[in-house]
Design a protein around this ligand. Sequence first.
Ligand SMILES: [Zn+2]
Ligand SMILES: [Zn+2]
Length: 165
Amino acid sequence: MMQQQINWGKCKPYLYIDDSIPAVVLGPNFLQFLLAYIAYAIYGFILLIVLFSRDLGIIRLSLSVVSYTSTLINYFLAAFMNQGVSNYKYNYYIQPIKYCEICNQKQQKYTEHCDTCGVCIEGYDHHCPWIGKCVGRHNKRYFYVFIFSLFVFQTSSILIFTKIL
Ligand SMILES: [Zn+2]
Ligand SMILES: [Zn+2]
């Protein structure tokens, strides 16, 4: 019953862990995420094949494999896990400071309404079309681990190719 009272805007909730909290929320730009994810996975895989064709040794190859795997996992989690769609009904600890006219609910600190998603997002960071939705309270950690892993994967590849590493 409670599920129907919540505004999900253009987001789609899946896999409810209880009455009101879904584990998975897909965003309005899900197709763009899917295409970007597949393109990135293929690009990274080709890069790995090129690296493996050289005699680089176990440490440099492990660095590439681990950072590439980490980007794939965390990119996936950032796009699929509930980003923190605001739901006043289960935020009993809430200290509302604003009100969203569109969602018709109180907002706590750091909650912002995203026009693209059409919902209020807790711990709003930004709307990222490459993960298909917002970066918010619950998927922030995956997003930033993804960015860090991507930095390590790309930087180490460049350093290997230029023979600095
Ligand atoms: Zn709102
Ligand atoms: Zn958004």
